[in-house]
Design a protein around this ligand. Sequence first.
Ligand code: MN
Length: 731
Amino acid sequence: MSTDVAPVVPAPGLVEQLYAELEQKIRALRPKDDLAPLEKAYRMAAEAHKDQLRQSGEPYMIHPLHVTLILADMQMDMVALITGLLHDTVEDTSLSLEQIKKEFGPEVAACVDGVTKLSKLKLYSREERQAENVRKMLLAMVDDIRVIIVKLADRLHNMRTLGALPPERQLRISQETAEIYAPIAHRLGMGKVRGELEDLSFRYLEPEAWADLMREIESQRVQNEEYLTKMRHDVEINLRRENIPVRVEARIKRPYSVFQKMKRQKISLDQVYDLLALRIVTDSVKNCYAALGVIHNEWHPIPGRIKDFIAIPRPNLYQSLHTSVIGAGGRSFEIQIRTEEMHRLAEEGIAAHWKYKEGRKGPGADDQRINWLRQLVEWQQEMRDPGEFISTLKVDLYPEEVYTFTPMGKVIPLPREATPIDFAYAIHSDVGTTCVGAKVNGRIVPLKYNLKNGDVVEILTQTGHLPSKDWLGMVKTPRARNKIKHLINATEHAKAIEIGQKYLEREARRLGVQLAKITKADLERVAGEYGCGKTEDLHAALGYGKFSARQVLQKLAPDTVEAPAVEALKPTPAPSGPGDSGDLVIKVKGVDDLLVYRAKCCNPIRGEGIVGYVTRGKGIAVHSKNCANVQNLMYEVERKIDVEWARAVTETFPVRVVVHTDDRPGMLNQLTSVLFAEQSNIRSLEASSDDKRGDGAIIDMTVEVRDKKQLERVAAAIRRISGVRDVERTE
Ligand code: MN
């Protein structure tokens, strides 16, 4: 140390000391590692943060150093350590991501970028039900789980030093920690970090309860510790006698866990049976069970407290045997039994994955852990060098969901491939109904746009707008689908009421019944006879062609209308409706579900001009406009109804087709123009050279077709292209 240099304000050497400590820590574990990049990162970060102070008045740089020390304790790899040092530079200093990429490579840059993005999110939510969404979204947003681990280390140090912040920030940060970060640590199996985060936030969120509990625990501490020491000794002796190699740890349950248990079960501290606990760590699963046997032989187990998380691991894959026994003096205490491996995973969870190991044996030796991780995070691995331990993990923790935001920052979770319409309905059904467009991240997108993680979605609405049937093909959420269907049905129902009412009025006029003179009560009574609750429903039923207006009028005014020869109260059997006649579909303009059939006299075919005629009790007959009968029928103009050929069926089916071709330019062009001519859309297309044959190409594509006929036409058209050797449909 040179003595002639003036010390740097305010804490001379504190930063340097911490860095020296960090190097030492890493050296102790991995003496052969090249620490030059770490030192470079330290210098760059220290320079970038040099004029910044923490709230406590200390130089800012001690924060990234402490974060990195935490990561070093977790034995994280070099990428994570360097990320720890640089994690606040992009957000808070003039250092850019490009510079970091240039100096430390893309992996570090991606991690720093990830941590920066997470820091920018407003995670705090006042609604408890939002918390799970925020957690999921956060996990879904990161490609590399190390981003989360660095973020957790960052949060841990911030929580440890929270005392320096003003009370309202303490509260906000503690709440976020308790709601978001501690559960994430739990989800990732990182028991140690989770425990500390919970205890620290508990202290700020429930200061009085915390103080009371600490006082109480403290008052019994000496006595409890003595008891634990004795029990630990007894357990050790008993297990050694049976030649079971063990390490026994004694502990008092964490304050937050104790608090929760007391609150949940409404009990006092004395009644927390597992306040005192021993942890037995042994070498094999066999010995875990052997140790359990020895314990139960020596002490009386409390019934119902034995839990085998080895046979049935917890969802985060925690494994241990738990039991509670009555120890000396009738005091109960908990015993957890596990192997070293289980212990490490329970404490460190996913972070154990990056743990530095001397003499790594390659992926084979880590198979078990990799399996564990696979189960834990449903990950997708991306190994650039299969011989090397995996350093980059693409994680997709929730492959079925995307997390989107409202402009106000509320998280809306949706299924994959959900569209802005789903989003709109998720906000409110009125927003969904009146949705006319959407902006995603400030840009207008089509309504069929597939939303992605982190998209900020703004819905454009127009009063009075109604959903169209096409929407049913665009939505992914049952909520949106049901609302749209409901609305379309309601619209059609209203139309049917209108038609039915007109039909009844016209028929009444024709038969000389004065509807105006019929009382409401009579109408309702007759409606009831037809199984309709309200007059409106009777009108609708008439509109749908279920009953004949004449019959109804006969009931309303029996003196005026002659009874038909055969009285039929039950709905007439459905005449041939849509769908019965092959691909011929007729629909009443703007109305669905009316009974529609083609008149036998003229049997109109698709494309012909048609006209509908409301029959008495048989639904709507569709005639060709030129049909001679129409001219006669149409004297009752009011029973005429507009009909049209339904648009060609719009539903399409994706089909995967593999085309084997000569490898020549222009092939793709021809292929796509053939598909275009057949009006078949291409969903995806991938061309590759045919490795088996060498001279050919394979085009693997998914096309949309309406039916088998169209697929056959498409396949035939493709086969006609010169150079196409084979076309096959695959799954
Ligand atoms: Mn930070």
